[in-house]
Design a protein around this ligand. Structure first.
Ligand code: 475
Length: 830
């Protein structure tokens, strides 16, 4: 064997066939070389993982030219770098996406076939990096794809969790969590940079001292120091020639730190300190709302923010010799409040470590940072108890007090005497136990604040950030979320991709407004049948997977009605359950009832400590068992809980859906992004006027969207008028019957206690207004059932949904961030 094959440089490229032929040859050689030299395996002993690793390295090699070029741009002072700070990056499997973006899917398939290997099997071998909980983490991943595709220099900064989001198993209908050992078989996509490390202090106290110029300065004397090590993953743009960087930090112990304990011979305590260091990046918190008072979580946030800002300072100082122009080098986006300690940390770096005056430092900080809010739920707004905060970040607390003092002085100057206003705006919550309010810190320290869908931004201005909006309306923007059509269409739905491309070319992949070009074909017979055929094939594939994972047989001809997302009461998975029970009862009352056959597919993880969410999973499964096995139903209704919903599984689910369920209580879902993935893949939506549903409906047309339910305004009126769910329970027969059956033990082998907490909540509180929306939902579902029977009309609606989804590309969202918030531009074509 020879050494690792050289990557063909663009100069080698000749005519197309030659290029293709040589791409296959070079890939074949590279795979064999990596199998031998990197995996150290002879062909005869190579496992599937060896083949996967060899292919992955061969693909990564092909990203290096562009990547190294991009890394060299980091030194170019003319180029502003977008720095996306996020505690989560839910990247999904890399291999397929990289093959798509590099344009070498087919050459790779051919090369492997010649080696007797099946590409699809190797694609399935990759364990996805689940470094996120859901929407917010996946959004960060879509945005990196778009940044690289649009040729914008960017770094995604986050945490290299050793264990990502848990793997979900269903045992006896309940969720069981298993640790996600995603690194077990190695990670070929990352490159460890042992030379890029930073020290991060924790705890201790502060001291004042006078420096050599006679200025009083502050020194932070920590009681622990940990080290962050950079792990880099290349993020290739779609055929853009630019590969951006995902830089994740792993925590380790510092060797140099003078452990007093160790010096006096307390070996055990020294080891404890090492364990503490390594714990910081050990595991992703599996909650999609914060648990207050988890010191380790604050430690994680500070850890990655500090490493990232120190890294930016280092990069900036490679360009310039002063930090005065830092804001021209970096636009730093805070993905929710999780990285909002950046406000205080950047101030600390500038003032304490680089001797800046406060005002100059403050100006740089605000010019650099911008904040995206992802939630209106009051319980999801992060706040830290003051004593805890002080014990971990004593210097930052002082800085926050100073920021707050100056901010509130300004407020008082303009709104003299309004102490209430000042108290409401304060970064410190002083009502009872004292807290640091992270959304306030982020808002005060940013030059732009944005929501993630038009409705969400409006509600943000009227509710959680109302006072900020009133004093500084100019800071507020909306940037409606988007998803990348590369992963969520080209990679996951090759059938539809091919069909669309045959008709309108492939320009839509980077310019999805071109999907409008499908509109002239909506009524075209041939096109419609081809469209139906693709959907049917995707449904058959999913049916096979469902059979393999759950044992349940489903009919690909039935309406695939899908609700996949994190399990949360506000997302109302249990409203869907009430619908299914209603249909079941109609069949039971009249076994000949004419119901449109449906397959109900649920998927999603519940936070391990969220009792009600876990009970909802149990309810879905218990109800499913009864419905699926009832001979009267005769297979007309099938209920499936698809276990372990993640990016990989999503790639199979969205393309196979007929109906997308987006049924959150209006005003609660900030945007939603699953809604966009479904629609892009030709599913029709049934939904409330919530989050981005509003804009999806505007784009696809009201006649192509199944709308139901209260509006956000009606929800808040109803609540303020004293909502009584029992009134609805009393009035609606089908609703009452369904609830009584759950309470009566029909789905729990007669056990009336099992679902009692859920029933009690619905009847006595019903915070998310399921009962108020029930009838509208059922009626709307009846319209869906009728519509599905008109195949031609349904197909037209499906085609129009896809044709009109251009707006929801993450490329559009990133262009808006670049022009409205970051003032960042693409690299010139080389
Ligand atoms: C919204 N996650 C979606 C999506 O903007 C929206 C919170 C705390 C700790 C860890 N993770 C979280 C979220 O808040 C989250 O995922 N929010 C979601 O962000 C992207 O589309 O409506 O719920």
């Amino acid at each position: 064997q020879k050494s690792v094959a050289a990557v063909p440089s663009p100069a080698d490229e000749g005519r197309e066939e030659f290029r293709r032929g040589s791409a296959v040859d070079a890939l074949t050689r590279a795979i064999l070389d990596h199998l031998y030299f990197t995996q150290a395996r002879p062909l005869t002993l190579a496992t599937r993982n060896d083949w996967y690793m060899a292919l992955a390295y061969a693909v990564r090699d092909r990203m290096l030219d562009d990547w190294l070029k991009s890394l060299s741009h980091l030194r170019n002072r003319e180029l502003k770098i977008v720095s996306y700070l996020s505690a989560e990056f839910l990247m999904g499997p890399h291999l397929g996406n990289n093959l798509v973006n590099l344009g070498i899917m087919e050459p790779a398939r051919e090369a492997l076939a010649a080696l007797g290997q099946d590409l699809d099997e190797l694609l399935r071998q990759e364990e996805e990096p689940g470094l996120g909980n859901g929407g917010l983490g996946r959004l960060a991943a879509c945005y990196l794809d778009s940044l690289a595709t649009l040729r914008v220099p960017a770094i995604g900064y986050g945490i290299r969790y050793e264990f990502g989001i848990f793997d979900q198993e269903i045992r006896d209908g309940w969720q069981a969590e298993k640790t996600d050992k995603w690194l077990r078989l190695g990670n070929p996509w990352e490159i460890c940079r042992p030379e890029i490390t930073y020290e991060v202090k924790v705890g201790g106290h502060t001291e004042r001292f006078t420096d050599e110029k006679g200025c009083v300065r502050v020194r932070w004397v920590p009681n622990k120091v940990v080290k962050g090590v950079a792990y880099d993953t290349p993020v290739a743009g779609y055929r853009s020639g630019v590969t951006d960087l995902l830089r994740l930090w792993k925590s380790e112990a510092v060797e140099s730190f003078d452990f007093q304990a160790f010096n006096v011979g307390d070996y055990y305590r020294a080891v404890e300190a090492k364990i503490f260091s390594e714990t910081i990046s050990k595991v992703l918190y599996p909650n999609d709302e914060p648990e207050i008072g988890k010191a380790l979580r604050l430690g994680q946030q500070y850890f990655f923010v500090s490493c990232s800002l120190q890294d930016m300072v280092r990069i900036h100082l490679l360009r310039e010799n002063s930090l005065d122009t830092f804001a021209a080098s970096f636009a730093v986006q805070l993905n929710d409040t999780h990285p909002s300690i950046a406000v205080a940390e950047l101030m600390r770096l500038l003032v304490d470590e680089h001797q800046f005056e406060w005002d100059a430092a403050w100006q740089i900080t605000r010019a650099t940072l911008a904040y995206t809010n992802h939630t209106l739920l009051p319980e999801a707004l992060e706040k830290w108890p003051l004593p805890l905060f002080a014990s971990i970040l004593p210097r930052h607390l002082e800085i926050i007090y100073e920021i707050n003092r100056r901010f509130l002085d300004e407020v008082r100057l303009v709104h003299q005497g309004d102490d209430q206003l000042a108290a409401r705006l304060s970064i410190i919550d002083e009502n009872g136990e004292r807290y640091v309010r992270m959304a306030h810190l982020a808002s005060v320290g940013s030059h732009a604040i944005n929501g993630v869908a038009a409705l969400h931004t409006e509600l943000l201005k009227q509710t959680v950030l109302k006072d900020f909006y009133e004093i500084h309306p100019e800071l507020f923007r909306n940037v409606t979320n988007g998803v990348t059509p590369r992963r969520w269409m080209v990679l996951s739905n090759p059938g539809l991709t091919r069909l669309i491309t045959e008709r309108i070319g492939d320009g839509w992949v980077t310019n999805p407004d071109e999907l409008r070009g499908l509109e002239p074909f909506v009524a075209d017979q041939t096109f419609q049948s081809a469209w139906q055929k693709v959907k049917r094939e995707n449904k058959s594939v999913l049916a096979g997977v469902i059979k393999a994972r759950t044992g349940i047989v489903v009919d690909p001809a039935s309406l695939f009605d899908v609700l996949v997302k994190r399990i949360h009461e506000y997302k109302r998975q249990h409203l869907k359950v009430l619908h299914i029970i209603t249909l079941y009862n109609r069949i039971k009352h009249d076994p000949q009832a004419d119901v449109t056959p449906r397959t109900f597919i649920f998927g999603g993880k519940a936070a391990p400590g969220y009792f009600m969410a876990k009970l909802i999973i149990k309810l879905v499964n218990s109800m499913g068992e009864v419905v699926n096995s009832d001979p009267d139903v005769a297979d007309r209704l099938k209920v499936v809980f698809f276990p372990d919903f993640n990016v990989t599984n999503g790639q199979m689910v969205y393309p196979a859906a007929d109906l997308s369920e987006q049924i959150s209580t209006a005003g609660k879902e900030a945007s939603g992004t699953g809604n966009m993935k479904f629609s892009l893949n030709g599913a029709l939506t049934i939904g409330t006027l919530d989050g981005a549903n509003v804009e999806i409906r505007e784009e696809v047309g009201a006649e192509n969207f199944f709308l139901f339910g209260l509006t956000a305004a009606e929800v808040s009126d109803l609540k303020s008028g004293g909502y009584d769910p029992r009134k609805w329970y009393g009035e609606k027969t089908e609703l009452r019957e369904a609830i009584d059956q759950i309470a009566g033990g029909l789905f729990s082998h007669g056990d009336r206690g099992l679902f009692q907490p859920l029933v009690e909540h619905l009847l006595n509180r019903d915070d998310y207004l399921l009962l108020a929306d029930y009838q509208a939902y059922i009626d709307c579902q009846d319209r869906v059932s009728a519509a599905f029977r008109d195949r031609k009309r349904w197909t037209e609606m499906s085609i129009l949904n896809v044709a009109r989804m251009g707006k929801f590309s993450s490329d559009r969202a990133i262009r808006e961030y670049c022009s409205d918030i970051w003032q960042a531009s693409p690299l010139p074509q080389d």
